[in-house]
Design a protein around this ligand. Sequence first.
Ligand code: GGG
Length: 401
Amino acid sequence: MQRGPTGVYTELMAYKLVTLGGDGTGPEVMREGLRVLHAVSGALDLSWDVDDIPCGGQYYLEHGDRDWPEGAEARCDAADLILLGAVGWPSPTGAGPVLMKDGKMAGFSPVIGNRTRLNLYANVRPVKLYEGVQHRIHGANKLVWQPGMVDMVMIRENTEGLYTPAGGKLAPGGRTDVAIDTRVITRRASEQVIRHAFELCRRRNKGAPRDGKLRVTQLVKDNVLHGCQLFSQVFYEVGEEYPEIEKDSAIIDAFTQWLINQPEYYDVVVTTNMFGDIVTDLASVLQGGMGMAVGANIGHKHGMFEPIHGSAPKHAGKDKVNPIAMILAVKEGLEWLGGQKNDERLGRSARAIEAAVIELLKLGAPLTYDLVGEAKAAKASEDGQWLSEAALRHLGAQAQA
Ligand code: GGG
């Protein structure tokens, strides 16, 4: 036991951290995330037992039959916190991503495999526009949406829907003629994620930027799809337990226009797996692009945190891809683990990291090409270095306050 900086006696136990850098730019952004993590941890005597697991399409091409090593599942199951970079690599044949023998993308195991095996049922994606961030439109950076008007959380069901591995291909005579993906929607998974959305709305207690109303919006296609009818039924059943929260329903296709022209109407949004995958990439445009967007995969016992962007093979090895999404994923992970372990050092670290990001975005440099254009672009590592020093400074400021 040691008396920590907070004055509380803490056990000097290292948290178990699994890192899954993955393919392409995944390990590069992971390096910057870990740089920031270690900077804040050093100041608070937080220690990490880091287990780095190689994975993805490149791993599969080198090793033959698996997209991560034998035993990787158990190592993830034992982790307190999992950080994921990005997976997916182009097939050497030039046709799409590297696929495994069973037809799944090489990189499926660490991403979708972990989500389903660990029941990480809620994929929580904050969509917040920070001050100073401009939008990349027509090849130039300009302010389109206003900070303060974009501040919602989107929650995507993460274990079933169109991602359920139930389906296949029919190839009479060797040529694929039919491909089937089965969309499975269950009451259990719908209920877990919808409840998570209402609880988060209540805990956030912010309301929508337009009117301050606590509001949960479900995105469905319940005029056509059976699964969406079940999801919607569960939405209103669970919603009855939250009388103070407005229940709002939008048809997914119509929602895509409203997301762009009135983002201020939304507080918490909940939807099924594939719809959520697509609309959160669109929503990232509001917050400055994919380089700013985080996905927190949360279950009852486990959490895996990632930038929502992919591995961007064409940018790999250039130290150029925005590490802020990964750094904010570290922040989300620390905040979540702090709640799980009741360790307030983790929450302090998370707040210091976010304060550093806010400071950098207002300052405007050093930032990567996606936020400021090629002419003014800094390297990803300069960005990460600046943020690790600033996060440390913000920790010091917290201690004095
Ligand atoms: N950083 C996330 C990542 O690499 N995603 C790759 C991918 O294929 N994800 C599928 C999904 O998010 O559903």
